[in-house]
Structures are given as C-alpha cells and as structure tokens.
Design a binder for this molecule. Structure first.
Ligand code: UD1
Ligand code: CA
Length: 451
C-alpha cells in the first residue's frame, strides 16, 4: 500500500515575529522542519510532499531532493494547503499522512500507529488526539454519547461548552487518498476566510463514515510551535527526551536541566556529563569519559576514557585517554592522539599532537605536526602566520621545547632536540641538538645520557 506524507509549511508564522520562516527556527540545534521531515519520511513509502508559501524558497533549498515542494499562494487555510498536493498525488498513493511542520516532537512510532490504524479503518480518516488540561488554542474533539468522533471545532468558533472539552486535535491525520481529494473540495469557507482541514472530520461523519481517533499518551508530542514561548517549551521537552534516551543507555547526566545535547550526538556507556555542557552537531563521545562542567563540543570526536574540563572544542578529534583543561580551546583540525595531556589556557588549531605529548600551560599550536612524547613548555607559541601565509611547524619525537619558546614557522625541530627557555627559533634544529637564545643557535649535541 502506498503511503505519502504531506507536510504543511506554508503558513506565515506571523506569531513568531521573525524574519526567519517559522519552521526554520532551530530546536536543539536543528530546524523544526528537519524533525517533521524525518518523521514524515519514516512513515511514507513515497517521497514526502511539502506545501510551502510564496516566500518559502528557503525551505525548498533546505529540503533539496528529500521532498517534493508545492506552493500554496495565497495561504487560505490547512485544508486549502493539502489541496495543493492533489495534482502531484492524485492516483499515485493509497493513503495520505498529513502533519504540520511546526510539531517537532511528534514521534515516528506514533505516526506509524496512525498509518496502521487507518489501514484497518473502514472509514476515511484516522486522527491523533491528546487529553490535556491546557487547551493551547487547539481544536477540540467532539464525540457523541457512544464515544464516536463527530467533529473538530476550532477554538475561535467554539461555544463555551465546547471550549471546556479536554480532548484536543494534535494535528496529524492519515486519510484514504481518493476520499480526501473529493472531500477537500467540499470544505466550507470559515468565518475567518480559511478552509480548515479539520472540517473533513465532520464531512466524513455526515455521510455515515467513521472517523478513528488515536489518543496520544505523550503530551510533549503535541507541542505545536506558534510563538517563541512555545519554541522554548519545545526545546525543553526535546532536551528532556534526548537526555533521557542517553541516561537509559548508560550515560550519567548529573543535571539534565543544564545539559544541552543535540539529537545527532552519540555518547558511550559510563560517560559522566557535568552541568553546563553543550554537545552540538555530530559530536561523538566514547565510553568512560568525564565531560564538563562548562564544556562546549561542536562536531567533535572524543575517544574513550577522556577527561575534559571547561573546554571549547570545534571540529576536533580527541583519541582515547586524553585529558584536557581546565580552560582549553581546540579549533578545527586539532587532533590529540592517545594519552595527550593538554592543560590550562592552551589553544590548538590544525595541528596534530602525537601520542603521549604534553602541553601543560599557556601555549598556542597552529599548523603544527608534533610527534609522540614531546614536551611543550609553558608559553610555547608557533608563530605560524607571517601576515600572508600560514606556515607549518614540525616537531620530532621526544623533543623538549623549553618554556616561552617562539617557533617562527616554517620550522622543523628534530627528534630529541631541546630548546632553552625564551628561545626564538627561526631556523631548523637538527635531531639531538640543544639550541638557545634569540635568535636560537645550536650550542651542543645531546648524548643519550644527558637526554
Ligand atoms: C491547527 C489545527 C488545530 C490543531 C492545531 C494543532 C486547523 C484548522 N487547525 O491550528 O485544530 O489543534 O493545529 O497544532 O488545521 N499552514 C499552511 N497553509 C495555511 C495555513 C497553515 O501550510 O494556509 C500550515 C502552517 O505552516 C502550519 C500548519 O499548517 O505548519 C498549522 O497551521 P497553524 O496556523 O499553526 O494552525 P493552528 O492554529 O495551530
Ligand atoms: Ca500551529
């Protein structure tokens, strides 16, 4: 059976008071449209159709070829919006799943149940409802004495008695396609000048066809975003859901209310996340790590058994058993190999620190390739930028860079070489050689015993 999702995103989102289209506002780092599309795709056998407005080109760009876009202009209501998909879908699908793109918390499992229920429904509609004390401006679900769904009444049109109904329309429906197309043409114009999709319920009931309602048990799922107050509410609910999933998978989150994890982040077992930690994008964290407090990681890969305290990391790679911080900054292309120690007030960019290398205090390493077991003394700086180019620095295995060394790139330090405190190294240093001074000069070879 063919199932096609139609996602409505043509509303103007005026209540957001924003220059950015409502459905592009992020929830836990991802536009709400991305969540809605993922859920729609999971339940579809065909490519989803997204209804966009005349100013929706940014949505088309965002969606790429993940969906077919159709334009609704002018926006005359949710029923009229679905009608815009008819030309694309007529005769090409058995069921049509309709959801709104401003509901990022809707779960794939729920939408799958909606589709399954409709497959067994002799009538043309299965809809999702929720029982809630706070009506949030949602449409109310009217049932008769026997509990059969009769209609959805929009808040603006409801009587005081109808307003007290606690069963609400979430805004996810599965329709039998052929019935839907003919029903859309029969929706009456509302007092507000819109064609409400919700009126299809009454149209079905009037012709003796049953409407099924699936009652959601998860209140958060029904959060639809109309204002920035709802946006914050959705963000908190999504954060709680993400954190809970990690905790149930064996991650300790000391204070979930102060831990901010994007949906695509992965974390290994027995890792402990301290408060005020932000894990963004496609960050991957291994097992047995201690992360935070006060740490930000963006698209960063961290291995097992690492300790990272008060660090800011972006597009970095950190292998196993590394300790970082407090107050460390890893910029793009930073790669710390196994067992590296990077202490306080350091910055690393586009550089690899080999296994076991130590960089204890106050150093900057940029465009550097550093071998294993090197000691970077306090205050070492790679002077990598000459005003025009970024120049490379290479340091060989086991080298000892004295405190306050300036490495004026391009420059190479040989294996097991040493620089004296305050050296300004402007020329390559051979292996096993001690250099000192400004500019640094070799003063002797180091034999094995002296090393
Ligand atoms: C809608 C439902 C209401 C439900 C609530 C749940 C209708 C008439 N009402 O109300 O019963 O309880 O959602 O959140 O459907 N859109 C278009 N074109 C339009 C109008 C809207 O594409 O002409 C899109 C919007 O971009 C949005 C979605 O449809 O993604 C819902 O529209 P919105 O105006 O937010 O409806 P609600 O007032 O929330
Ligand atoms: Ca809405």
């Amino acid at each position: 059976m063919k199932v096609t999702a139609v996602l409505l995103a043509a509303g103007q989102g005026v209540r957001m008071k924003s220059k950015v289209l409502k459905v592009l506002h992020p929830v836990c780092g991802k536009p709400m449209l991305a969540y809605a599309l993922a859920v729609a795709s999971s339940a579809s056998t065909e490519k989803p159709v997204v209804v966009i407005g005349k100013d929706g080109e940014a949505l088309r760009t965002f969606l790429g070829d993940a969906a077919v876009c159709v334009i609704q202009n002018p926006p005359l209501g949710t029923g009229h919006a679905v009608q815009q998909a008819e030309a694309t879908l007529r005769g090409k699908t058995d069921l049509v799943l309709v959801t709104y793109a401003d509901m990022p918390l809707l779960r794939p499992e729920t939408v799958a149940r909606l589709v399954e229920t409709q497959k067994n429904n002799p009538g043309p509609i299965t809809m999702l409802t929720v029982i809630a004390a706070d009506p949030r401006g949602f449409g109310r679900v009217m049932r008769d004495q026997d509990g059969h769904v009769q209609a959805i009444v929009e808040e603006a049109a409801a009587t005081p008695e109808q307003l007290s109904i606690q069963e609400l329309n979430v805004g996810a429906y599965c329709f039998s396609a052929e019935w839907l197309w003919q029903a859309l043409g029969r929706i009456p114009l509302s007092k507000k000048g819109e064609y409400y999709l919700t009126d299809t319920v009454e149209l079905a009931v009037q012709t003796g066809l049953p409407v099924q309602a699936l009652v959601s048990q998860d209140l958060a799922e029904s959060i639809g975003i109309n204002t920035r107050v709802h946006l914050a509410e959705a963000e908190a609910a999504m954060r709680a859901r993400i954190n809970r999933t990690h905790m149930l998978a064996g991650v300790t989150i000391v204070n979930p209310a102060a831990t901010y994890i994007d949906p695509d982040v992965t974390i290994g077992m027995d890792t402990v996340i301290w408060p005020n930690t932000y894990l963004h994008g496609k960050t991957v964290i291994g097992a047995g790590c201690t992360i935070g407090p006060n740490t930000i990681a963006d698209d960063t890969r961290i291995g097992d058994d690492c300790t990272i305290l008060a660090a800011v990391m972006e597009k970095a790679v950190v292998e196993d058993n590394v300790s970082i911080g407090p107050f460390a900054r890893l910029r793009k292309g930073a790669h710390l190999c196994k067992g590296v120690h990077m202490g306080n007030f350091g910055e690393v960019k586009d550089s690899t620190l080999g296994p076991g290398t130590k960089m204890g205090h106050f150093s900057y390493l940029g465009n550097a390739s550093i071998a294993a077991d090197v000691n970077i003394g306090a205050g070492t700086i790679t002077c990598n930028y000459d005003g025009v180019h970024k120049n490379p620095t290479e340091i060989g295995e086991g080298a000892f860079i004295g405190s306050d060394t300036m490495l004026v790139a391009p420059v190479k330090i040989g294996a097991h070489a040493k620089t004296g405190a305050g050296a300004v190294v402007t020329k390559d240093v051979e292996a096993d050689t001690l250099v000192v001074g400004v500019p640094a000069r070799p003063i002797r070879k180091l034999n094995e015993a002296k090393k």
